[in-house]
Design a protein around this ligand. Structure first.
Ligand SMILES: [Mn+2]
Length: 334
């Protein structure tokens, strides 16, 4: 807590656009209430800051980053003119010279630290609350039920507040609807709206979020109705959608099939494709490293990889990904 308390002046809070990022920002904002703080999320789909965004980041005394593993050169750039604090649970390296609070990187059990919101809430020394928990449910969905370290606390909370797990999932889908529909401003409003809200009902009944969600449900149905290829042990789907649904589609395919899954979306950027990989058993760290070596914007966790790459190189990298996944599953490497 002392690192936040020591902050002075004007600050910028940068957060991921998903439920975990929004809830992490919601938890951090009250601690910065005495200070002048702007909030922002990077251009949706970008796991880095553009030149313009870096420029906009100047002139602040401090920058707090929540639930995002931004490239090290971005961080170093920000740290030249501001104090930088990172709260995160993504894989990567400890970034020297800044306050980098990420127990997962330091060898902590990822099950103990299921989301950035959870990490932030523990750092603040607060009891489990709706926002700590929504971030964890957002990042893991129903899989969080297999987490013996965290799920009992979620169950307790639900019981006390007369909520079901289904209610929590509904809230996650409503918060995530903002980025999936591509409305960056709505994402940036969300942490402030949550601050002004009075509890779960206000989230569940939010008009704009519900309208976006309905549109997205229809598009998800269309995308999941498409034929999926199977290459060795791996599922492969190529799709074309302007919405930010690649991680949701990948999850559904991977979890329904129980297999490693690769999804390519050609509809989000003009000249680049999105690739998303979800592995059931393997460790994707070598592939994330490989993507970075190839010069792509690439990141992830143990079980997921997201990459943005020039369209002309998609076929090549997908082939490499499929070879890696299938080799790992045939017992070659572990
Ligand atoms: Mn997260």
């Amino acid at each position: 807590m002392q690192e936040l308390e020591a902050l002075k002046g004007r600050g910028l809070l940068i957060h991921h656009w998903d439920t975990d990022g929004i809830c992490s920002a919601r938890l951090l904002l009250p601690c910065l209430a005495e200070l002048e703080v702007d909030t922002m999320t990077p251009a949706l789909g970008n796991y880095f800051l553009t030149g313009e965004e870096l420029e906009a980041g100047r002139g602040y005394d401090f920058v707090v980053i929540a639930d995002m593993s931004l490239p090290e050169d971005n961080i170093r750039h920000l740290a030249r003119s501001a104090k930088v604090l990172i709260f995160d649970h993504h894989l990567g390296r400890v970034i020297p010279g800044v306050f980098h609070h990420n127990p997962v990187i330091r060898g902590g059990n990822p099950d103990r630290h299921p989301s950035a919101s959870w990490i932030v809430n523990e750092y603040l020394g607060q009891p489990v609350n709706l926002y700590a928990l929504l971030g964890a449910v957002g990042d893991h969905e129903h899989r969080i039920r297999d987490n013996d370290l965290v799920y009992p606390q979620i169950e307790d909370f639900c019981q006390q507040h007369r909520l079901t797990f289904h209610h929590l999932m509904d809230m996650v889908h409503l918060l995530d609807a903002n980025y999936k529909i591509g409305d960056r401003k709505a994402v940036e409003r969300a942490p402030h709206q949550l601050l002004a809200m009075d509890g779960p009902r206000d989230i569940l009944d939010h008009g704009e979020w519900n309208r976006s969600r309905k549109k997205l449900d229809r598009e998800m149905k269309r995308l999941l109705g498409q034929p999926v290829e199977q290459v060795g042990d791996t599922m492969l789907l190529k799709m074309n959608t302007p919405y930010n649904l690649i991680s949701a589609v990948t999850r559904r395919l991977a979890w329904d099939s129980g297999r490693d899954t690769v999804v390519v979306n050609t509809g989000f950027f003009d000249r680049e494709d999105q690739i998303y990989v979800r592995s059931t058993r393997g460790n994707l760290q070598p592939l994330i490293q490989r993507g970075k070596e190839r010069g792509y914007r690439c990141g992830g966790k143990k079980e997921v990889l997201g990459a943005i790459l020039p369209r002309a190189e998609t076929g090549d990298f997908v082939a490499e990904i499929l070879a890696f996944l299938n080799e790992n599953h045939s017992g070659g490497k572990t």
